[in-house]
Design a protein around this ligand. Sequence first.
Ligand code: PBG
Length: 346
Amino acid sequence: MPRFLRAAKAQARPARLTPMPFPQQRPRRLRQSPALRQMVRETSLAPSDFIAPLFVEMGANIRKPIASLPGQFRFSPDTAASHARELWEVGVLSVMLFGIPDHKDETGAHAADADGPVPLAARAIKEAVPEMVVVVDVCACEYTTHGHCGVLRGETVDNDATLPILSDAAIAYARAGCDIVAPSDMMDGRVAAIRAGLDGAGFINVPIMSYAAKFAGAFYGPFREAADSAPSFGDRRSYQMDIANGREAMREMTLDIEEGADLLMVKPALFCLDLLSQARQKFDVPLCAYHVSSEYAMIKAAAERGWIDETRLIDETLISIKRAGADLIVTYHALEWARWRRDGIV
Ligand code: PBG
């Protein structure tokens, strides 16, 4: 009989005093009641951890369901503002805007239109909920006819020719009252270019949240349908990163901090939990994870089929992203989770 079994048997007979407790370590001791489990919980979630993505187009009174993202909508500036108020009322402090413009061109220059969907929505949200933190995604892909994230030279995206467009867009958004600009294009040097542009225009206090480690892949399909931003040819592999590369992700983040990024983003979240954890050890700036459209769509599709317990799985997914090291999570689940918390369901 193994030693530990003998010890257990001995312990089971109280009359015989044994010096050999079995086992010494019983992690289950701290799992015995809901209150005890709550007390030793290492990670907590709150609505203030979330940034809710919002898609905005021109017009009024629009609230179009997005087929690829059940429960998500395309808004006009006015309805975006009322939606932002609903988020604020359940404790979500921040939204991230994506514009779907009326006009596209070869270069994406309309991203900087002062009366485009993003500036209009930002103004409307700020009027409705002045304290809401309005983050805006800065990228050309929704504004280019070809759907790539910058200016084309032949079939490739010209890095340096794209930088002024991003910088001009960031300035236009700051001028409209956006609180944080979040470049997602993956051009080299764009954080420095945007910082210089913002500072030159007097917006020294507008922080940059850089999508520092953003990977190319099938992760963003539902988003591209929602935002009408799929590339018309090729893919984004010459600018977004290869999902196989973790060291390169750390290098991208280091560079972005050197260029002046105030917050770092890792995207997609669930496929990069290891990188979130490494980045948490390595960098001191706030770390954000983008829980992307495909991650949301997979959960919604499985839930529709009745294959998963949707509420619990969403809660467990978000807590895992937080545990890995994210301070903030951009997630399409923000509103529903915050309501579940309000109602005591999670
Ligand atoms: C714009 C951008 C994309 C996403 C965020 N910003 C699409 C892309 O890079 O193709 C994806 C977000 C998601 O999938 O939820 N460049």
